[in-house]
Write a protein that binds this ligand. Structure first.
Ligand SMILES: Cc1cc2nc3c(=O)[nH]c(=O)nc-3n(C[C@H](O)[C@H](O)[C@H](O)COP(=O)(O)OP(=O)(O)OC[C@H]3O[C@@H](n4cnc5c(N)ncnc54)[C@H](O)[C@@H]3O)c2cc1C
Length: 417
């Protein structure tokens, strides 16, 4: 186990400076254009791939860094550059983490590299869980996976929504229900390989923020994938389903344990909980970027014969902005270190970090707009875009309300609704 440290070592500092250079020199200048175009910035992803910033190796190195702060440092710098382009660059990692967390070694070796492609032929991947009637309530998924034993194939049918990179991805990871009676415990994840017939892109969403990141519906119409595409394999799934059925049958025992917060968590929820600090770090990157613009502006903008920062009303706001950003980073680094060192989140520390960082980004970017006055409200200055981009951080990867629910259940041990 590594010691928790707030002092990044030379390796982490080198990565931070390298990514900061890319964020400042490549992402920032391109941010407004791709926000307006509302398209995936393929040339920027390609540039990132050529430099080694968009690659399985790079994210695996950060992910397995025992200090636990490799991923938050990387995310903060990239999202300081720009959130829409940042999500286009790191969106693939969501699908990659699903394969890393649930797949066999063979599946990881087969699919993870295909998700990124090569610097000359970059690819992206998509993780498809949400559905029109199953957002916060993941147990309500309707997409069905039925096993065709004669052909050793799985047949997927359903409609996914809100998928980052959905339809443009080479590899899609799809969560589907194998046994609807078991709710979340009856679900499994499947890889849909490139060019599989029956998978198509539905509506592409026009969004408020992170507009350079592609978000779309994914329609699965009789999609057939080989048995080997079930993440973790059939034997493991059958064992898991048998345990879940036993638990469902022993309803008295089930009811008794349902009141214990920890026991209602399934493996997928635990994985999400562990990935939340990374999402919190993205929000910190946006907040820090907006804070820096506002601080500079407040020092130079003169009204009533003095810089506006001379007014406590403005200076105290900046003091609160910086305090909340640093507090968010402390929560994110703590949770990330805990996850990297297999420390259980006994107080839902992962959710805490995402909740606080997401709310902070939305608040800080709103304050930045206010400090820039009329300029803050225009697209001549970046804080308007940063504010739009920040708003997703209280919605995706579990809304703020769902984070509060997870924290409240964990600290109380009660089945709070
Ligand atoms: C830009 C974008 C990208 C996304 N990317 C992906 C992706 O790549 N893959 C993927 O699978 N999904 C993705 N999502 C989906 C995202 O995770 C969901 O939108 C999110 O989980 C919320 O679900 P919902 O939109 O259905 O809202 P709902 O679940 O309908 O919630 C609506 C409101 O009700 C509140 N609410 C719901 N239940 C409760 C409760 N029990 N207690 C208190 N309040 C509650 C919510 O907090 C929210 O305020 C993305 C979404 C967006 C917008």
């Amino acid at each position: 186990m590594s010691t928790f440290s707030l002092d990044p070592g030379p390796d982490q500092l080198a990565v931070r400076d390298w990514l900061h250079g890319f964020a400042a020199d490549v992402m920032r200048p391109a941010a407004a254009e791709w926000d307006e175009r509302e398209e995936t910035p393929w040339p920027v992803i390609q540039e990132a791939a050529k430099l080694g910033i968009y690659s399985l190796d790079f994210y695996a190195q950060q992910y397995f860094d025992p200090s636990g702060i490799g991923i938050p440092i990387a995310m903060e710098e990239l999202f300081w550059g720009d959130a829409g382009i940042g999500l286009s660059i790191v969106g693939t990692t969501l699908a990659a983490v699903a394969v890393l967390a649930n797949g066999t070694e063979e599946q990881i070796g087969t699919w993870a590299p295909q998700m990124f492609g090569t610097p000359d032929d970059v690819r992206v991947a998509a993780f498809c869980s949400s559905e029109p009637d199953a957002g916060s309530d993941v147990s309500a998924l309707r997409t069905r996976a039925v096993y065709d034993q004669a052909k050793d194939e799985w047949v997927l049918n359903g409609t996914k929504t809100w998928a980052t990179n959905g339809g443009i991805a080479a590899v899609h990871v799809v969560v589907a229900t194998v046994d609807p009676a078991l709710g979340a415990r009856g679900q499994a994840s499947f890889v849909v390989p490139p060019q599989t017939p029956g998978l198509s892109q539905g509506q592409k969403f026009k969004k408020h923020g992170i507009r350079a990141s592609h978000t779309a519906e994914v329609v699965l119409d009789g999609v057939r994938v080989p048995g080997s595409c079930l993440l973790g394999g059939k034997e493991k799934l059958d064992e898991r389903l048998a345990r879940a059925r036993e638990r469902a049958a022993g309803s008295a025992a089930g009811k008794a344990s349902a009141g214990k917060g920890g026991s209602v968590k399934n493996a997928a929820m635990a994985t999400f909980e562990a990935s939340r600090p990374a999402v919190g770090a993205q929000a910190i990157g946006i907040a820090r970027a907006a804070y820096e613009v506002a601080l500079d502006y407040a020092r130079t903008r003169v009204q009533f014969g003095r810089p506006i920062i001379d007014n406590q009303g403005v200076a105290f706001t900046l003091a609160d902005m910086k305090t909340r950003i640093d507090a968010s980073r402390l929560l994110v680094w703590r949770a990330s270190w805990m996850a990297a060192n297999q420390q259980p989140f006994t107080s839902a520390e992962g959710s805490m970090s995402k909740l606080y960082a997401g709310e902070t980004a939305k608040w800080v970017t709103a304050q930045a707009m206010q400090i820039l006055g009329g300029n803050g409200y225009t697209r001549e200055y970046p804080v308007e875009r940063m504010h739009r981009d920040s708003a997703i951080y209280t919605i995706f990867e579990g809304t703020s309300e769902i984070q509060r629910l997870v924290i409240a259940r964990t600290i109380s041990g009660m089945p709070i609704r």
